[in-house]
Design a protein around this ligand. Structure first.
Ligand SMILES: N[C@@H](CCC(=O)N[C@@H](CS)C(=O)NCC(=O)O)C(=O)O
Length: 275
C-alpha cells in the first residue's frame, strides 16, 4: 500500500492510498478518514455513485467534522477497476464500465476479468483496512449514494454480520427494473435475470431481510427519482418482508452532493449509535 496524500482535517487525517488489487487485477485508490487517537475505531464504508472516484465523497460530503467527533473511520473506495486493459463502455457512456462497477462480480466477457467490485468491497478492501488501520472490524457499517446506495444495501443484506449498519442516499433500490441497472446487469451478468436478483436490494430483502434498520434519504426533486431510483419499490418489499427501514423524502433536494452534505451528519450519527 502506498500513501498518495495526507492532510489534517478536524484533528484527524484525510488520506488517499493506492494498492495493487488482486480481486480487480489492477491498481486501486481509496480514501480513509482517520480520527485523532489510537482507536480501535468503528469503520464505515462509503460507496459512491456513477462517475465518481475516491475523491468525490472526501471533497464534497463534509463528513470529516462529525466523523472526528464520533471517532469513526470512513473508507471510500473508487467505483470501478481502472487502468490500462480495463474495458469501458464502448461509447464511453457514464453509466457503465469505468466509474460504474455496480459493486458486483461480473460473470460475462470482457468484464469478468476486472469487474469484481463485490469481492473487492466485501473481502479484499476490508482485510487491507483491518491490517493497515486501527479499526474494530467487528463494528463496521456501509453506506453510499445512488449506485453506491444500491451497493450498500445489497452488501448489507448479503453480509449483515460483517456490515452491521446500513444507510443510503438516493439509492438505485431495484436495478433489475430500471434503465441504469438493466444496462449494467445485462452486460456484467448476462441475460439470465435470476443472476440479477443477487444484486437487487428489492429482490434480496424479500428473501433475506436483516435485523438492522435501514435509513434511506431521497431528495424529492431528484431528476432520477421517477425513472431510476423508485424507493417505494424497496419500501413495499421491505414492509412485506418485515425489514425495518426509515425512508425520508426530503422536499426540494436533488441528486447532488449538496443533498448528501445536508444530511451526512444524520447518517454518521445513525451508524455510530448502532455500532
Ligand atoms: N451528472 C451525471 C449523472 C451521474 C451522477 O449524477 N452521478 C452522481 C452519482 S449517481 C455523482 O455523485 N456525481 C459526481 C458528483 O456529483 O460529484 C451525468 O448526467 O453525466
Amino acid at each position: 500500500m502506498e500513501q498518495k496524500s495526507s492532510v489534517k482535517s478536524f484533528g484527524g487525517t484525510q488520506g488517499v492510498y493506492s494498492h495493487a488489487s488482486t480481486a480487480l487485477s489492477c491498481d486501486m485508490n481509496f480514501a480513509v478518514y482517520l480520527p485523532e487517537g489510537n482507536g480501535p475505531f468503528p469503520v464505515l464504508y462509503w460507496l459512491s455513485g456513477l462517475t465518481c472516484t475516491e475523491e468525490n465523497f472526501i471533497t464534497k460530503a463534509g463528513a470529516q467534522r462529525v466523523a472526528s467527533e464520533l471517532g469513526l473511520v470512513i473508507v471510500a473506495p473508487d467505483t470501478s477497476p481502472r487502468g490500462e486493459g480495463v474495458p469501458d463502455d464502448p461509447e464511453g457512456a457514464y453509466d457503465f464500465g469505468l466509474g460504474a462497477g455496480f459493486y458486483l462480480n461480473a460473470t460475462q466477457e470482457p468484464w469478468s476479468k476486472h469487474y469484481k467490485m463485490y469481492d473487492y468491497s466485501t473481502q479484499e478492501l476490508p482485510a487491507l483496512i483491518a491490517k493497515e488501520f486501527p479499526v474494530d472490524a467487528g463494528r463496521a457499517g456501509v453506506f453510499g449514494h445512488s449506485m453506491g446506495g444500491h451497493g450498500a444495501m445489497t452488501i448489507h443484506l448479503k453480509n449483515p454480520d460483517k456490515f452491521k449498519t446500513c444507510s443510503a442516499f438516493s439509492p438505485i433500490v431495484a436495478p433489475s427494473q430500471v434503465p441504469w441497472g438493466k444496462k449494467a446487469f445485462s452486460n456484467y451478468l448476462g441475460s439470465n435475470e435470476s443472476a440479477w436478483a443477487e444484486y437487487d436490494a428489492t429482490a434480496l430483502v424479500a428473501k433475506q431481510p436483516s435485523k438492522a434498520e435501514i435509513l434511506i434519504d431521497q431528495g424529492a426533486a431528484d431528476n432520477f427519482l421517477v425513472e431510476q431510483l423508485k424507493p417505494q419499490l424497496f419500501a413495499n418489499a421491505a414492509s412485506e418482508a418485515g425489514q425495518a427501514y426509515v425512508l425520508r423524502m426530503q422536499d426540494g433536494y436533488d441528486h447532488s452532493y449538496y443533498f448528501i452534505a445536508s444530511f451526512i451528519e444524520d447518517h454518521l450519527r445513525w451508524h455510530a449509535e448502532r455500532l
